[in-house]
Each structure stands twice: as structure tokens, then as C-alpha cells.
Design a protein around this ligand. Structure first.
Ligand SMILES: [Fe+2]
Ligand SMILES: [Fe+2]
Length: 185
């Protein structure tokens, strides 16, 4: 698999978690209870699988390689992607902050979680669409087969050295479990 295809495949997993978050937000808005630990697990997934691992691969490996191949960092798609990663972190932080209050029975916290979850879902769906259709399409044109192969090897290294062996699979199981809990998928 090319490096860009690895990232595209991860987008499909992230999109599944976005559907989980959207359903949780809907239930919270309707005043239905959502298990607080489920919300924490979803936050853990987006912080580690989506942000630390996936965005890490993009920010530390793909984007610098694209710059080396002539794609400008400032004023182009890379700058937009970086600022969207930042914006996503802010929404997830606000969501995480409200979970304890929600568990403690604070009613306004349910809506704070739902609002930030929805904002995150909307941001990430559009972000992923832009990467798949614009930035990765550009990457497939400017990166050589050797670039793709080298990036793919670095991604493997991130999986084993930064995330740890078996962690990627653990997050996939979590995804299956949460979908099942919410009767999705
Ligand atoms: Fe990204
Ligand atoms: Fe991405």
C-alpha cells in the first residue's frame, strides 16, 4: 500500500468514529443518557488514533516531504490542514473538559459535549474530504514511488515505536465495540 493509501484507509476508520460521536451528540441533545466512559473512550480514540498517530504521520512525515517536493507550506493546502488539526484539538479538549461535569449530573455539560462533538465531526469530515480529494491527490502526483515507500516505512515505525505494538488493532476493536453499543455499523 502507498503511504497516501495508508492515510486514506485511516480516514475510513476515523469517519466511523465520527459517526459514533454524532450519534452520541444526538442522544445528549435529546436528553438521553450516554455512558460517560464511552465518551472518554471516543475522546481517547480521536486523541491517539486520529491526532497523535494519524495527524502525526501527516505533520511529521507527509507534509515535510511535500514541501521538499515543492508544495509550499504557507498559503496553501498544508497550512489549512495544520490549522484544522489545531482547531480539532480545541474542540476535543472542550469535549473532554465537559465529561466529568456531565458525569456529575450537570445538565449544561451534556449540551457542551454535544456542541463540541458536532463541531469536531463537521470539521473532520470536511478536512478528510479535502485531504483525500485535494492534498493526497497532489501528493500522488509529486511524490516518487521511493518517497511513498520511505514514508510508508516511517509510518510503520510510528506504529511500533510511538504508538506501541498492537495499539492500532486495539483502537479498531474499540471502534467495533462502540459501534455495536450504539447499534451502528
Ligand atoms: Fe489531516
Ligand atoms: Fe488525514
Amino acid at each position: 500500500m502507498s503511504a497516501t493509501d495508508v492515510l486514506r484507509t485511516e480516514h475510513r476508520a476515523i469517519e466511523r468514529m465520527l459517526a459514533v460521536l454524532e450519534t452520541a451528540a444526538q442522544r445528549l441533545e435529546q436528553g438521553q443518557p450516554v455512558r460517560p466512559d464511552m465518551l472518554r473512550e471516543a475522546v481517547d480514540f480521536v486523541r491517539n488514533f486520529a491526532d497523535r498517530c494519524h495527524h502525526g504521520k501527516e505533520e511529521e512525515n507527509l507534509f515535510p516531504r511535500l514541501e521538499a517536493r515543492g508544495v509550499p507550506r504557507e498559503g496553501g493546502p498544508i497550512a489549512v490542514m495544520l490549522s484544522e488539526h489545531e482547531q480539532g484539538r480545541a474542540y476535543v479538549g472542550a469535549m473532554a473538559d465537559a465529561i466529568d461535569a456531565y458525569e456529575g449530573g450537570e445538565e449544561s455539560a451534556a449540551l457542551a459535549i454535544a456542541e463540541n462533538a458536532r463541531a469536531y465531526v463537521e470539521l473532520l469530515r470536511e478536512h478528510i474530504m479535502k485531504e483525500d480529494n485535494v492534498l493526497f491527490a497532489m501528493a500522488d502526483r509529486v511524490l516518487s514511488p521511493a518517497d511513498q515507500q520511505e514514508l510508508e516505512q516511517r509510518f510503520e515505525q510510528i506504529e511500533t515505536e510511538v504508538m506501541g505494538p498492537g495499539v492500532h488493532e486495539r483502537y479498531h476493536r474499540l471502534l467495533d465495540d462502540l459501534e455495536q453499543e450504539l447499534s451502528l455499523g
